[in-house]
Design a protein around this ligand. Structure first.
Ligand SMILES: Cc1cc2nc3c(=O)[nH]c(=O)nc-3n(C[C@H](O)[C@H](O)[C@H](O)COP(=O)(O)OP(=O)(O)OC[C@H]3O[C@@H](n4cnc5c(N)ncnc54)[C@H](O)[C@@H]3O)c2cc1C
Length: 467
């Protein structure tokens, strides 16, 4: 069988124990942190080096075996789920930070490094790597790169792509290449690093990244802004920006999210509050006070009920710990949850929230929202208990996608398309654009073995493998 032949080749090329066929390990690699249906792979292959990744991909290419890369498994759209069966390529073992080069302001890292560990290593040198998805305790650099992860600090500092200088990548046939530049600037040739980042493991496997760093901001302050209604949100954000203040985070919580956060963060929330903004500013100590005062004043002028300041490191940490728990806490509110991460221009965020209420009422589905309001990127959560309600949920989600695109928005701000959002891609992109991207996929992976069934609506049908 082709699969056995591929596994023999992989076994020969890799360190002993790389191929794991135990059922519990296979099951642990059948799902991610999404509602995508789990699919148990035939085997899990644990790579330790770029050479091993190259040999593994070459064997899969030769024998037409589907292979799905996986880093931390925290993805929200089923990206690491092996929907076409075959193998899962685990990159967890490639977890070395090769260097933090303070003078060149860059870090060189393998894809299996947990993001929190990279932050700690970089900050120990008084430097800063801003991307901070709320899964930072368990997601890994490879997954962040493949999904172009964002996070609360993206408002000021941008998303993962903005921090990538160069990548080492293995193509589907095993070819090893370096794309991008390890230098601060460089425009020679096409921006293939830019293309690889956000390609969700469908174009190549990233085995090393050179990431840009900046000096760590001297101080950080966090403000809690309580709003009487959701419409005040857009006005409060716009007013802050008009004052030429760019907070590093502007995180929004709707009434349900606020109720969830309240006990965990020990918050004294005014009874009339219907929404909350978590605002964080950073900079030199001297400038920090000014920014805090200005943001507080602007928010109160825009109609905020109250503004509190989290002064100590512990207060800030307990707030952020509760915020990072939000997704799991939301999940406990119902037997089932689907979370979308649409983006609209930030001036349309009030309209989007209104549309969410309308959709919730029309389809009889509970909807709760929170997220990166500064970027216009909201996590819209659909909650339900009875499996028979699923068609209503699907109709509400489609309504959300259509409304988002109507408002010049996009289906995903940071989670990617994966398998769960693939059916909605044609709402945003015309057939010619989808076809162009499919042709790019064919150039990188002509046999369609690398993470098949993702991004494109017809993706699953495009797999030409043997399993
Ligand atoms: C509680 C929670 C909070 C979250 N908050 C945020 C947030 O604030 N911002 C945000 O952006 N996301 C967030 N996410 C989503 C998720 O954590 C991110 O998408 C993250 O970047 C995924 O990383 P991972 O290591 O878990 O990747 P995985 O889930 O393992 O994989 C994700 C995708 O990357 C591909 N991949 C993995 N490694 C490689 C590689 N080396 N080369 C090529 N492809 C590869 C996989 O095939 C898959 O398609 C959150 C998730 C959870 C559960």
């Amino acid at each position: 069988m082709s699969l056995d032949r591929a596994l023999v080749a992989i076994d020969r090329a890799c360190a002993s124990g790389a191929v794991v066929r135990d059922v519990d390990v296979r099951e642990a690699h059948s799902h991610d942190e999404s509602e995508a249906t789990p699919i148990v792979p035939e085997a899990v292959v644990r790579a330790r080096s770029t050479e091993e990744v190259s040999a593994i991909l070459a064997a899969c290419h030769a024998h037409r075996i589907p292979i799905t890369p996986r880093a931390g498994g925290t993805g929200r759209v089923g990206g690491a789920v092996p929907v076409a069966g075959g193998l899962v390529l685990s990159l967890e073992g490639m977890d070395t930070i090769r260097g933090v080069e303070a003078d060149d302001l860059r870090a060189i890292t393998q894809p299996g490094v947990v993001l929190r560990d990279l932050h700690d290593a970089v900050e120990a040198e008084d430097l800063f790597y801003p991307p901070d998805p709320n899964s930072l305790e368990s997601c890994r650099i490879g997954g962040n790169l493949a999904c172009n992860a964002g996070g609360p600090r993206a408002f000021k500092y941008g998303v993962t792509r903005n921090w990538v200088l160069g990548l080492q990548v293995v193509l589907a046939d095993g070819t090893v290449l370096r794309v991008g530049k390890p230098t601060a600037k460089g425009v020679t040739g096409y921006d293939l690093a830019g293309l690889l980042v956000g390609s969700e493991g469908t174009l190549g496997v990233i085995t090393e990244a050179t990431l840009k760093l900046v000096p760590k901001p001297e101080g950080v302050a966090t403000l809690l802004v309580f709003l009487p209604d959701q419409r005040t949100l857009g006005e409060a954000i716009t007013a802050t920006l008009r004052r030429r203040i760019v907070p590093r985070c502007l995180e929004f919580l709707d009434p349900l999210a606020l109720d969830i956060l309240r006990p965990q963060a020990g918050l004294d929330v005014p009874a009339a509050a219907k929404a909350m903004l978590l605002v964080e500013v950073d900079g030199d100590q001297g400038d920090l006070e000014r920014q805090m005062e200005e943001v507080g004043g602007v928010m109160l002028d825009a109609g905020a009920l109250d503004v509190l300041v989290a002064r100590s490191g512990e207060e800030r940490e307990s707030l952020w710990a509760a915020r990072r728990e939000m997704s799991y806490a939301m999940r406990r509110q119902a037997r089932r949850k689907l979370s979308e991460d649409v983006v609209v221009p930030r001036t349309r965020i009030g309209d989007l929230l209104e549309r969410c209420s309308v959709l919730s009422e029309k389809h009889g589905v509970r909807v709760a929202t929170y997220g990166h309001a500064g970027d216009g990127n909201l996590h819209v959560n659909f909650l339900w208990d009875d499996p028979a309600d699923r068609p209503k949920v699907d109709a509400a989600i489609r309504g959300l996608m259509e409304a988002t695109v109507e408002m010049e928005g996009t289906l995903s701000g940071e989670h990617g398309i994966g398998v769960l959002k693939a059916p909605y891609l044609p709402i945003e992109q015309p057939p010619a654009l989808i076809a162009l991207q499919e042709r790019i996929k064919d150039v990188f992976d002509p046999r369609g073995v690398l993470n098949p069934g993702k991004i494109f609506p017809a993706g699953a049908k495009r797999f030409h493998g043997a399993c």
